[in-house]
Design a protein around this ligand. Structure first.
Ligand code: XMP
Length: 512
């Protein structure tokens, strides 16, 4: 396995993604990690990430010195390269111009990283993002590639197996970047590339059995990818010791509750408690218009109902959660300051700690797309494994203003038409999330020979890699008019359709 030490780059997680895609297990730790902890992890190689600081500045982050004394290969990327050079006796200079975006390097010599990828004399495209550069090499290093802005774009100390790269091999804009990284992990570090989902599945099952023993586990199921995959995996490990609780809050998409029951109870034979709590939720949401109040009401009720159902089944010692690796990584904050709460998230997994149950979190080591791959490995249907994210508070935060059962039904119909057309056009997998928002606005229209005075809705569809930033999906006008035509004709209560073309930031993906 490989250890990645994070200096706070925006793209550190991408390094981990690339390494894992090549079949090598890796973890991301903050650069402040303790020397003893690093040694006991016993990595076959260490990668130092990029970061926003300047090595030339006093007090800027350094890699734990032990990294260079463990007799294992080290790869420094961007800031990682600079701090490695500074720590090994070289010099880093402040650049007089910053180099961002596409750049070209000239390959001077071959090294273990360039093997079968780059040849001496070639000009290769890379992605740069830095201000400083290494101006004087530490002893033992030689130059492999240069660029206009960075005379030392790639450097190597073959004897010690230390390598430095000024550009970012982990991003797709460096076309051969993944192969360069693979040459490091497989070639230089000698990793086998045998970290596959089949292997993970077997290991995870053994771990769950060892942790749980004869104990009983409850799992909150939402129909989303993470809790679904966690439930199926745990069920494979311990069978009927697992009970899933599905709290139906009445603000699911059309047909979703039935689908959850069908899949888990009928297909996977999992013990499933289905509690239809829609009256309770919709009752408590009456008159609530403030988005945060809606979110908090739903979060609170969810916990109440979950606890009730759990008490009914006689309790359990363990609580299963679909926590993913991005939630676990200790993030290195560039600013150090607290961030502003934009929305209080409610997750099915977000049950209170005072439930005094031990947690079973079998997906803690996985990224989202690895969870999907695991789901496929477990034979789960594509409609669950490939599904778009859906927020815990459901359609309630897609109905600005008061939520009523009637509005939920109108929205469900419009939303299914939108998703049906997206699927029919083969666009579902190209989109991060697509949904409809029912607007608290009534407008005048004309249908047949009559006047209508009904609600408007907005379509929202975005592309994103992690939900943190998002771009609007560029549908054709023909597609949009087809969807609009169907919604207005088929959904009673909506007579106008708009398309939300706001990116995130400044917008958020959901409207509330
Ligand atoms: P925003 O609207 O903040 O959403 O741009 C980013 C992503 O998070 C999802 N989202 C939630 N997911 N509980 C969840 O599990 C929530 O309370 C919640 N609120 C927003 C949203 O759908 C998008 O994918």
């Amino acid at each position: 396995r490989i250890l990645i030490l994070d200096f706070g780059s925006q793209v550190t997680q991408l390094i981990a993604r690339r390494v894992r895609e090549s079949g090598v297990y890796c973890e991301v730790w903050p650069f402040t990690a303790d020397a003893a902890r690093i040694q006991s992890f016993a990595p076959k190689g260490i990668i130092l990430s990029g970061g926003p600081a300047s090595v030339a500045e006093e007090g800027s982050p350094r890699a734990p010195q032990v990294v260079f004394g463990m007799d294992i290969p080290v790869l420094g990327i961007c800031y990682g390269q600079q701090t490695m050079c500074a720590q090994l006796g070289g010099t880093v200079a402040r650049g007089d111009h910053q180099e961002y975006g596409r750049a070209y390097v000239e390959v001077r010599e071959a090294c273990a990283l360039t093997r079968d990828v780059w040849s001496p004399g070639a000009r290769e495209q890379v992605w740069m993002s830095h201000g400083d550069y290494v101006s004087e090499l530490p002893e033992g290093f030689r130059i492999v590639a240069t660029s206009e802005g960075s005379p030392l774009a790639m450097i190597a100390d073959d004897a010690r197996h230390f390598y430095g790269i000024q550009f970012h091999p982990e991003v797709v804009h460096t076309p051969h970047g993944a192969q360069l990284l693979r040459n490091f992990t497989h070639g230089v570090c000698g990793c086998g590339g045998d970290w596959t989902m089949a292997a993970f599945r077997a290991e995870a099952i053994a771990r769950i059995r060892a942790q749980v023993g004869e104990g009983r586990v409850v799992c909150g199921l939402s129909g989303g990818v993470d809790s679904s995959v966690a439930a199926v995996l745990i069920h494979e490990a311990i069978g009927d010791q697992l009970t899933c609780i599905f709290v139906d809050h009445g603000v699911m998409r059309a047909g979703e509750a039935e689908q959850v029951i069908r899949t888990f109870r009928d297909r996977f034979n999992i013990k499933l408690v289905h509690r239809d709590a829609s009256d309770l939720f919709l009752g408590q949401l009456e008159g609530v218009t403030d988005p945060e109040k809606k979110r908090k009401t739903i979060g609170r009720l969810f916990i109440e109902v979950f606890e009730e159902e759990q008490a009914k089944i006689g309790g359990a010692e363990f609580l299963a959660q679909g926590t993913l690796y991005p939630d676990v990584i200790e993030s290195v904050s560039a600013t150090g300051g607290p961030s502003v709460t934009i929305k209080s998230h409610h997750n099915v997994g977000g049950l209170p700690e005072d439930m005094r149950m031990r947690l079973v979190e079998p997906l803690r080591d996985l990224f989202k797309d690895e969870v999907r791959a695991l789901g496929r490995e477990l034979g789960m249907p594509e409609e669950i494994v490939g599904r778009h994210p859906f927020p815990g508070p459901g359609l309630a935060i897609r109905i600005p203003g008061e939520v009523t059962r009637e509005k939920v039904q109108i929205l469900q119909k419009a939303d299914s038409i939108f998703l049906e057309e997206i699927r029919a056009a083969g666009l579902y997998d190209a989109i991060w999330q697509a949904f409809t928002v029912l607007l608290p606005v009534r407008t005048v229209g004309v249908m047949g020979d009559g006047r209508t005075y009904d609600q408007a809705c907005a379509l929202r569809a975005v592309t994103s890699t992690d939900g943190m930033t998002a771009d609007v999906y560029p549908f054709t006008m023909e597609f949009l008019t087809r969807v609009a035509g169907r919604i207005v004709n088929e959904v009673r209560g909506i007579n106008r359709v708009t398309y939300d073309i706001t990116s995130k930031p400044p917008g958020t993906i959901e409207w509330e």
